[in-house]
Design a protein around this ligand. Sequence first.
Ligand code: GAP
Length: 468
Amino acid sequence: MSDQTRFTLDDVVSLAKRRGFVYPTSVIYGGLANSYDYGPLGTELLRNLRNLWWHEFITTRRDMIGLDTQILQHPETWVASGHVGSFSDPLVEDVVTHKRYRADHLIEAWLEKHSDKLSEPVAVENMQLPDMATFIAEHQVLSPDGNPVTEPKAFNLLFETSIGTVAGEKSVVYLRGETAQGIFTNFKNILDSTRVQLPFGVGNIGKSFRNEITTGQFVFRTLEFEQAEIEYFFNPAQTNWQQTLEDWKQAMWQFVTHTLGIKESNLRWRQHTDKERSHYSQDTYDLDYQFAFGWKELWGVAYRTDYDLKQHQEHSGQSLEYTDPHTGEKFIPHVIEPAVGVNRLFLMVLSDALWQDSERGRLVLRLSPRLAPYKAAVFPLLKNKPELVAAADEVYAKLAKKFAIVWDDRGNIGKRYLSQDEIGTPVCLTIDFQTLEDQTVTWRDRDTGEQVRVPIAELESRLTTMIE
Ligand code: GAP
């Protein structure tokens, strides 16, 4: 099999829309910019991603527990965390069209075209607002429409809304900009209500919102998205942070390459520069994936020190100290934070799995069977033969108790295979006349196209092995 074909983002988007993975939101009203709903297959794939993440990082680890926290938190949360003050991107506006852009993105685009005009290489990630302003002025960086842009200014990404309190009064709240803060603000609850001891981690999956200046690139960067975040708490006097960061990098790599089956050649690590790091971090690495539009951050891991717990202790007046059960020492734990966007995992697995089988003239989504929306498709060979339909019904009902299974009786078998290949179903099971005689079905493999006879009694165990 050849892995040579590189697909464009349009190829991925087209398959996703055509086969019910992703739909543009509110399409009957003309759509809503950069907003997407997940169709029947996309919903299954997202659930599989979440469940695999939860299983690997929470369920199977003794040192991890899970939480499910609110999108709306007390507004002081975001003051304490630093988001109200410094959660911003550099905004410029096209002076003619008034379209908004990220200054760093415009400079990156300029550098891609004109880097030969510079005597020394320029690292955009190291630029602060005044550096960007100077660069834009000196090199006359223009908007994509060819117009001058305004001087860059900091634009806060937090979504602000309000809730009614007493009649006629409203108070400001923010849609959370990260799921992480719900973990920090529950730290005391966790210590008081569970028996955890350091080091331990807390995972949280849910929606976050950012008023991103530049979106696009499909579900890669949207205003509403889902995060799966972990705060791993430890005593810095006993646990080496560099080693803990390294352990988490390995765990992330293992999840992406082994559990999700992503090609290693499409992955790389990148350490943040001093200027680029978030306000709370002492060291950060990005696990980048080579998307159709270039190497981009998939998953970040940061050493957040005791920044957040200290801030919340100060702003809330509540002690967020941990007491060592052996020594009685009281201190604020430090954290390592692996934080990933579930929608970015989604775009990565679709992009990585797409394969043009030129030998057989078919498009195949070679998803890991663990991820596949349907683990098997069940077909009666002919839909006008009641005895075949009844036998297929039985197989379907038996397997559907354990696995996500799909039924298809439309068109000829060849077309049904092609249709399942495109949505990543690893196995097609055909119930034919031989089934009625010997209780076997045709098991057809998605990737090789090979067909073997398998007893109905063995289907469950073979499918279980396939997704282990
Ligand atoms: N708590 C740390 C934090 O939020 P981040 O790097 O800003 O760090 C973590 O976000 C992950 O969330 C990113 O690596 C990315 O996968 C995802 N993410 C961030 N902004 C996103 C957006 N606008 N759309 C989709 N995913 C996003």
